[in-house]
Design a protein around this ligand. Structure first.
Ligand SMILES: Cc1cc2nc3c(=O)[nH]c(=O)nc-3n(C[C@H](O)[C@H](O)[C@H](O)COP(=O)(O)OP(=O)(O)OC[C@H]3O[C@@H](n4cnc5c(N)ncnc54)[C@H](O)[C@@H]3O)c2cc1C
Ligand SMILES: *[C@@H]1O[C@H](CO)[C@@H](O)[C@H](O)[C@H]1NC(C)=O
Ligand SMILES: *[C@@H]1O[C@H](CO)[C@@H](O)[C@H](O)[C@H]1NC(C)=O
Ligand SMILES: *[C@@H]1O[C@H](CO)[C@@H](O)[C@H](O)[C@H]1NC(C)=O
Ligand SMILES: *[C@@H]1O[C@H](CO)[C@@H](O)[C@H](O)[C@H]1NC(C)=O
Ligand SMILES: *[C@@H]1O[C@H](CO)[C@@H](O)[C@H](O)[C@H]1NC(C)=O
Ligand SMILES: *[C@@H]1O[C@H](CO)[C@@H](O)[C@H](O)[C@H]1NC(C)=O
Length: 498
């Protein structure tokens, strides 16, 4: 211990030096400050839509979920109310060569992906319309709506369109895919997309569908994250969830003591391998939290079934493991999306990392050991850690293909999306070098099974998720077509690999 501290400090000082050197290089590379662009945008759009300081500015700054992002200070925040406003902003950003970022629900765990220093932040907090067209049987969402709000607005019509599994998450989820309790039956949330209005990098507005001249863009949006343009309207196929005040689903939350970890991992491996029922969905989350210096394990699952009970042949292993809390009952879709709470806590640095497993239970046990070792070794920096598994059955990939496919293009077989999540202690504004090395070590020691895609919404910024996609070459070609000067890669933070 005595020797490790100077070592840490040294490593940290070196990395800070490298970083500040890069900042200088970056600053000379783009000579343009966003300030003058912001001044012009204020005169074009008005000071109600473009703010540079003050309380409305601070709302936009502080809405980023991860405090690694809410510490950033954009030159201005544009709050569009229409797609035309987004076009005006994007034209100016493109013309002036300034940095920018886009924020919807704010839940990205990627540093810099939903906010920016010395750049323009386009923030969708005033574009929150949700509507249901009963004739077309589609749902239209503006990008600023959160899934909890969308679910609540649609419930009176007996329909929904799936986002994620917690209410506070926003529509940015669709651009990475989207894992919901309906995914085994309908595919990634993005697979339910029917049309998207997209402001391209140069400010043109187009509507992309599966069959029009922008069908390549349409497919690329489903997994291509923030690289292909700014979506200002999502039209999605509706899913019928039953009349209000009925509980057509069965599900809930079960919590287990740490001692049941091995049994849970065994049950998870078996579920991922053997369950093919598209009506069944689960999230398995093993967690460690740092409570007054003690690292305490609490493990949990959420279960969801489209039916009137939890079939033993699907969920039996999980139901048999001795638990410390068992809350399962008939539920509606709103309740399903609230099983883990809204997920709206702010104020911590947050980072994700991803893997993907298909195979032997040994994969799961190994991942748990790496995760536990990390959680205890670096407990002084961590408020909590999670190792989560989402089973992705073959039916999910088949459903996506049936609707024209997505850029992720997973192989047709059952697998688990694996998420390694770190929440840092309150006052930490950046990750200490050794902790970052520890994170990367964990990720390198739980590699994805061959051929499986990483889930980009839950990966680390250093992971090249695009290169794991079945549609990687397609994605690169399509990117070249819609952003020939590679403006987005140069001027907004986002996934590597294009
Ligand atoms: C607590 C928690 C629970 C989660 N649960 C789930 C889950 O159940 N299922 C699941 O699939 N994922 C889940 N996620 C991951 C989630 O999918 C991603 O964090 C997602 O990126 C969040 O979208 P957002 O709109 O909230 O975030 P934002 O940070 O606003 O956006 C995410 C990214 O998309 C870009 N973006 C947003 N809107 C647009 C737009 N209109 N046009 C172009 N680019 C845009 C942003 O620039 C950013 O890069 C969860 C995350 C958290 C933190
Ligand atoms: C941009 O404006 C901000 C706020 O007025 C100022 O702090 C910053 O120095 C300016 N940046 C540049 C590069 O001019
Ligand atoms: C938003 O919804 C309201 C009420 O449903 C409607 O009047 C308005 O035109 C909608 N705006 C957009 C941009 O769709
Ligand atoms: C988990 O599975 C392993 C390997 O199949 C087995 O040896 C072990 O007994 C199982 N543990 C529990 C708690 O079920
Ligand atoms: C969990 O609760 C349900 C009732 O909601 C009950 O049927 C079941 O037996 C319980 N299972 C365990 C393992 O406690
Ligand atoms: C951990 O998170 C909880 C909930 O946000 C918070 O109350 C607590 O202060 C945090 N602890 C540390 C050490 O960051
Ligand atoms: C535990 O984590 C530390 C720090 O990342 C690492 O050096 C060590 O090899 C890990 N131990 C095991 C058994 O994985």
């Amino acid at each position: 211990m005595r020797f490790s501290r100077p070592c840490w400090t040294h490593a940290f000082a070196i990395s800070t030096l490298i970083l500040s050197h890069l900042d200088v290089a970056q600053a000379t590379w783009d000579l343009n400050s966003a300030n003058s662009t912001c001044t012009k945008l204020v005169s074009q759009l008005g000071s109600a839509l473009v703010v540079q300081t003050g309380p409305v500015y601070m709302i936009g700054v502080e809405s980023a979920w991860s405090s690694f992002n809410s510490i950033r200070r954009p030159s201005c925040i544009v709050y569009p109310r229409t797609s035309t406003h987004v076009q005006v902003a994007m034209r100016a950003i493109y013309r002036d060569n300034v940095h920018y970022a886009v924020q919807s629900g704010g839940h990205s765990a990627m540093r810099g992906w939903n906010t920016v220093d010395d750049g323009v932040l386009i923030h969708f907090r005033f574009m929150k319309n949700v509507s249901y067209d009963a004739i077309k049987d589609t749902v239209t969402l503006e990008p600023g709506v959160r899934w909890g709000e969308a679910t609540a607005a649609l419930q009176p019509f007996g329909v929904t369109t799936p986002g994620g599994r917690l209410g506070d998450i926003g529509t940015g989820l669709l651009l990475g895919g989207g894992l919901s309790y309906f995914s085994p039956a309908y595919g990634f949330s993005a697979d339910l997309l029917k049309e998207a209005d997209v402001v391209l990098v140069d400010g043109r507005l187009v509507t992309a569908t599966a069959t029009n001249q922008y069908s390549d863009l349409f497919r690329a949006l489903k997994g291509g994250a923030n690289r292909f343009g700014i979506v200002t309207r999502y039209e999605m196929y509706a899913i019928h969830t039953g009349p209000p005040n009925t509980t057509p689903f069965y599900g809930g939350l079960i919590i287990y003591p740490e001692a049941q970890a091995e049994a849970l991992l065994n049950a998870t491996a078996r579920y991922v391998r053997d369950v093919h029922d598209p009506n069944a969905a689960m999230l398995i989350a093993l967690t460690f939290s740092n409570t007054n210096g003690a690292v305490v394990g609490t493990h949990m699952v959420t279960l969801f079934y489209r039916g009137t009970s939890l079939p033993a042949e699907v969920f039996g292993d999980f139901l048999r493991i001795p638990n410390s809390l068992n809350r399962t009952s008939p539920i509606d879709y709103t309740q399903a999306c609230n099983l883990l709470g809204p997920g709206d806590d702010r104020g911590h640095g947050q980072l994700f990392g991803a893997s993907a497993f298909s195979g032997d239970v040994g994969l799961y046990h190994n991942a748990y050991l790496q995760f536990k070792n990390f959680s205890t070794t670096f407990k002084s920096s961590l408020n909590g850690t999670v190792l989560a598994f989402t089973p992705i059955p073959e039916s999910q990939t088949a459903a996506g293909r049936q609707r024209g496919g997505n850029a992720i293009d997973a192989p047709l077989r059952n697998y688990a999306a694996v998420q390694f999540y770190n929440q840092f202690v309150d006052d930490l504004t950046s990750v200490p070098g050794p902790v970052e090395n520890g994170r990367q070590l964990v990720l390198s020691r739980m590699p994805r099974s061959p051929g499986l895609p990483l889930y980009i919404n839950e990966c680390d910024s250093k992971q090249n998720a695009f290169s794991t996609y079945g549609g990687y070459d397609f994605l690169k070609r399509t990117y070249k077509k819609y952003d020939p000067t590679r403006f987005n890669v140069r001027f907004t933070d986002g996934p590597i690999g294009l």
